[in-house]
Write a protein that binds this ligand. Sequence first.
Ligand code: SF4
Length: 370
Amino acid sequence: MTTSRDFRQPALVKHLTEAIAQRVTRPWTLMEVCGGQTHSLLRYGIDRLLPPGVELLHGPGCPVCVTPSEGIDRAIALALTPKTIMTSFGDMLRVRGSTTDLLSARAQGGDVRALLSPLDALRIAEEHPEKDVVFFAVGFETTAPSTAIAVSEAKRRKIHNFSLLVRHVRVAPAMEALLLDPLARMDGFLAAGHVATVMGTQAIDQLANRHQIPIVVTGFEPIDLLGGIYQCLSYLEEGRYGVSNAYPRAVKEEGNIPAQTLIKEVFDVIDLPWRGLGLIPAGGYRLSPRYRDYDAEIRFSLGPAKEDAESACRSGDVLRGIIKPDLCPAFGTSCTPEHPLGATMVSGEGACAAYFHYRGSNPAPTRASS
Ligand code: SF4
């Protein structure tokens, strides 16, 4: 049986870094679109093992970080509604909306709870029939199936005091938006292995062909990451484009069909604003009409969403790969994990938090533009 240690072996790391060094003949810029990969790259110092011309950009791979402030504002409004229990993942409670966060709503008397799963919210709804329990559902296609299970269970078991505030996002449309950004600098993508485990490789296949770019599905351990980087650089050196799977132990071309079926049954695809990236066509999900009774925005008659507010935080530029976190003037000074100014420092998967955690508050300068 293989373990994660097998994918961290120093001899294999050395072999792959040497192979990469021999493979590249010119500078290339790759972007990973997964916060877990960003943290692994920094934790193991993989970016520092690469040849000088190979640069890694950190894309919008943290779902908490890209949740728009209008969604958080709505969650706060619901948290302060009498007889309501507002629930979500722990990181989500600390991210500010346009003025404040869910933890502050709790301090003002709102019943706000951090949970590990939307199914926990369903259990709370059963235990408190006198309350309205809302789960603020965020995340990529990876977490959408568990949200779908929770709401289909609520419907099946006729639990009517449970609803969802949905801000699930779809990764492939965001990658396309990044490619259409005039400031985009990436030559290839390392795609998130966990999303591809659910969705397969078809959606990114079309993207790779449309934009004639290599996209390599990549895992999270050092060997996975170096293998993905090697494959992506090989495509670029050979002038090829398309999708390659460097994470075959978890990802199949067709993905997880039952999970995809569940997502299709419960959600409709909609245009959705991403924090830092703006409105992304087909960038998210909302509950389908079949589940409208469980849609908190309908149940509580929430009005139209507000635009995201302007902010001094440059997390939008971080999420688009325009700057590295340590080039933000606030990094490590006015913005730290204890006193975060933006979502990318709050979230355990955020790029700013990763830099602070693994490089300290005053790291050596990066090679990113400003
Ligand atoms: S360091 Fe803080 S202020 Fe700067 S981009 Fe990151 S989260 Fe925003």
